[in-house]
Design a protein around this ligand. Structure first.
Ligand code: TRP
Ligand code: SF4
Length: 340
């Protein structure tokens, strides 16, 4: 095959565990970046369902529902199967083969030097989590990245340590067997952190999230009760936007031209928090109007998402297989078509 223009685009992989319905935190922290990147890079976006098992192996019954909802939300906000490959990790079995091989090169200390392992297993002593699979979390994640020869891996801060491990393992293999793997680089999302509407960390389990699939009314009901600067007890008390999570949302969703007005009205008690939230609601609601349309469209064709994933799995598998052929060859492993 001759070189085409597509070969100049950088290969990018990112993914997340199937937690189900996505919220504004997922959007701002990951999806919004992915939407931009799908125009620049050759993107692979993965639902990491095997990774979901590492801490929830006792009950997997919600997986199918969570995968579907996550894919629907990704597509609704505009991840575009014409531009990017959207797929499910467990549909590409080669990840498991590569994870097994990478495990041979992974010192136990490297696997143990993992924040979640140290926290859950060492500090908290949760015996259920002291498993081979959970210890292998970063090894499987390294396989996810290296198998696509990804050059860029956009992630949140908490994931950087995993990408660094992928680099360490890849370099170790390359130093012994030649250029087997492409060395990936992590890229931090520059997004601010949004808090839940109760002022705590946004978390599905705390029920304090605004979901991308919420109706306009549901979004407003959640915004209405958002915790604001505690100094604003009465409408006449001036506030400080920096102490208010509504302002953090404004910075993301409300056009910059209105920011000055918002700050002025807050610090001078020119308006009440409810009015401020109305402005925010309108911005957010408008921002997600196209997503609502795409979602309605997808829901009218119940098999559409399955076909998209089916096609994504196929494309991902093709690339993963290319890598594995090289890996097996360089590592002198058995080739199913026999050795030369
Ligand atoms: N560990 C990531 C998370 O919990 C998900 C993930 C799995 C991932 N494999 C990956 C992210 C590879 C980036 C690259 O969100
Ligand atoms: Fe927050 Fe707006 Fe109220 Fe100020 S006016 S405290 S920014 S909600």
């Amino acid at each position: 095959m001759t070189a085409t223009t597509t070969t100049t685009r950088k290969v990018l992989l990112s993914g997340s565990r199937p937690t189900g319905r996505q919220h504004l935190g997922n959007y701002v922290g990951a999806l919004a970046q992915w939407l931009e990147l799908q125009d620049e890079c050759e993107c692979f976006f993965m639902i990491a369902d095997w990774h979901a098992l590492t801490n929830a192996y006792n009950d997997t019954s919600a997986l199918p529902e969570n995968i579907k909802n996550q894919v629907m939300d990704w597509l609704a906000v505009g991840l575009d199967p014409k531009k990017a490959t959207i797929f499910v990790q467990s549909a590409v079995k080669e990840h498991a083969e590569l994870a097994l091989l990478l495990g041979m090169f992974t010192p136990l200390g490297l696997a143990e030097r993992c924040t979640s392992w140290k926290d859950l297993v060492i500090e908290q002593g949760i015996e259920e989590m002291r498993t081979y699979g959970f210890l292998g979390y970063p090894v499987l994640q390294s396989a996810d990245i290296l198998i696509y020869r990804a050059e860029i891996v956009p992630v949140g801060k908490d994931q950087v340590e995993h990408i660094e491990k992928a680099v360490d393992i890849a370099e170790k293999v390359n130093s012994r067997y030649g250029e087997v793997f492409t060395i990936p680089k992590w890229r931090l999302s520059k997004s601010p952190v949004l808090l839940g509407n109760d002022g705590r960390k946004m978390s599905k389990s705390w029920n304090n999230t605004i979901q991308l699939s919420d109706s306009s009314d549901a979004m407003w009901e959640k915004m209405r009760v958002m915790v604001t600067d505690p100094a604003r007890v009465r409408k006449t008390d001036p506030g400080d936007p920096e102490k208010c999570s509504v302002w953090a949302y404004h910075k993301v969703f409300t056009p910059a031209a209105r920011h000055e007005e918002i700050v002025a009205n807050c610090t001078s008690a020119g308006w009440g928090c409810m009015q401020c939230k109305k402005v925010l609601f309108e911005a957010v609601d408008g921002h997600f109007a196209p997503a609502r349309e795409r979602r309605a469209d997808l829901e009218a064709r119940p098999d559409a998402w399955k076909e998209i994933i089916f096609e994504g799995n196929r494309a991902a598998r093709a690339r993963a297989r290319e890598t594995m052929t090289v890996v097996r060859e360089k590592l002198h492993l058995y080739q199913s078509n026999g050795w030369d």
